[in-house]
Design a protein around this ligand. Structure first.
Ligand code: TRP
Length: 324
C-alpha cells in the first residue's frame, strides 16, 4: 500500500467547493492508500503571523469539518503539523541545500507577493512556505500527494529537492507524484470561483435557513428578468449546481426554464432543498462533534503519536545521511 500525505491550512471553515473537490477525493483515497491528513498550522502562520488568536480554534473547526464530511480517523491519520516537531527539523535541514532562486522563482510566491497587500510577506518563513511543504511530504516518504493545480509548483520543487538530497547524501527519499484533484465543479454563488474572500460560499457549517438564503441570492441568467422570461440554463449558476445536486430533474428544469414556465425563485427552492438534503448527514455529524471538544483533542493527540512514529524514523535516517 502506498503512502499519501496531504494537508490544508486552517484558515477558516470549509465550503462546498472543498467538499466536492478535495474532501470527497480524500475519502476515496482512504481505502487505497495509507493516508496522513495534516492540519498545516505552521503554514497558516507564514501569512497570518500577526494575529494567531483564531488559529487553535480554526484547527479544531477544520478537523470537525473533515470528520463531518466523512474522513475516517480510524482509516487515516489526522494530525496537526505543529504537534510533530520533526517537520521543523527536516525543513531546517532541507534549507541547507535549497538554492534561494528555487524559492524566489516559485509562481505561487511571486503571485502572492504581488497580490496580497496589507500584510508584510517579505519574511523568511513565507519564502520558505513550499520548502516546509516539501518537508511535510518527505517526512512520511509519501508516494503521492493529492493536490489542486495551484499546488503543482510545490510538488515540482519537492521533487527537485529529493533529487538534490539523494544525489548529495545517498538515496533516502522517493520522488512523490502529484495526484491532481479535478477542479471543483461548483462555482461560487455569483459565478466566480467559490472562495471565502469573495463571500460567495456555502459552508459545511451553514444551517438550512442560511443555505436557503444564500441560494436565494445566487446570480442566474441576467436576461431572465421576470419569472416567465425564457432563461439560458447553460450560463446559469444555479443550473450548474442542479447538475450536481439534482441530476434526475435537470432535463425537466432545463426545458421549463427555456420555455419561461419556471421562475428563478422556484428553481432556487428546488436547489436549496437538494443541497440541504445532501448536507444533512454532514450537519448531523457536525453538531455531534461540536459538543465533544475533548474527543477532537484526543483524536489529534492520537494522530500526532501515530504520525511521529513514521516522522521520527524517517528524520533519523535523513539526519544520518546528512552526517548529523
Ligand atoms: N499548501 C497547501 C495548500 O495551501 C497545504 C499543504 C501544506 C500541503 N503542506 C502540504 C498540501 C503537504 C499537500 C502536502 O493547499
Amino acid at each position: 500500500m502506498g503512502t499519501i500525505l496531504s494537508g490544508m491550512r486552517p484558515t477558516g471553515r470549509l465550503h462546498l467547493g472543498h467538499l466536492l473537490g478535495v474532501i470527497n477525493n480524500w475519502k476515496k483515497l482512504q481505502d487505497e492508500y495509507r493516508c496522513y491528513f495534516m492540519v498545516a498550522d505552521w503554514h497558516a502562520l507564514t501569512s497570518e503571523y500577526e494575529d494567531p488568536s483564531a488559529l487553535r480554534d480554526n484547527v479544531r473547526q477544520m478537523v470537525i469539518d473533515w470528520l463531518s464530511a466523512g474522513i475516517d480517523h480510524e482509516k487515516s491519520v489526522i494530525f496537526r503539523q505543529s504537534d510533530v516537531y520533526q517537520h521543523a527539523v527536516l525543513h531546517l535541514m532541507l534549507s541547507m541545500i535549497t538554492p534561494l532562486p528555487w524559492l524566489e522563482r516559485c509562481p505561487t510566491y511571486k503571485e502572492q507577493m504581488q497580490e496580497i497587500k496589507g500584510k508584510d510577506l517579505s519574511t523568511y518563513g513565507f519564502l520558505g512556505y513550499p520548502l516546509l511543504q516539501a518537508a511535510d511530504i518527505l517526512l512520511y516518504k509519501a508516494d503521492a500527494v493529492p493536490v489542486g493545480e495551484d499546488q503543482l509548483p510545490h510538488l515540482e520543487l519537492t521533487r527537485e529537492i529529493v533529487r538534490r538530497f539523494n544525489y548529495l547524501y545517498g538515496t533516502v527519499f522517493p520522488e512523490p507524484k502529484a495526484l491532481l484533484t479535478a477542479a471543483s465543479k461548483v462555482p461560487g454563488l455569483d459565478g466566480r470561483k467559490m472562495s471565502k474572500s469573495y463571500g460567495n460560499c456555502i459552508f459545511l457549517s451553514d444551517d438550512a435557513g442560511t443555505i436557503r438564503e444564500r441560494i436565494r441570492g445566487a446570480v442566474t441568467d441576467p436576461q431572465k428578468i421576470y419569472k416567465d422570461s425564457p432563461g439560458r440554463p447553460e450560463i446559469c449558476n444555479v443550473f450548474a449546481y442542479e447538475n450536481i445536486f439534482l441530476p434526475e430533474r435537470c432535463s425537466e428544469i432545463e426545458a421549463e426554464c427555456r420555455e419561461g414556465t419556471l421562475g428563478c425563485v422556484k428553481c432556487k427552492g428546488y436547489l436549496a432543498d437538494a443541497v440541504i438534503e445532501y448536507l444533512q448527514p454532514v450537519h448531523e455529524r457536525r453538531s455531534r462533534y461540536e459538543k465533544q471538544p475533548d474527543f477532537i483533542d484526543r483524536l489529534l493527540a492520537d494522530g500526532a503519536k501515530k504520525a511521529s512514529v513514521m516522522a521520527a524514523a524517517n528524520l533519523s535516517e535523513a539526519m544520518n545521511a546528512m552526517g548529523l
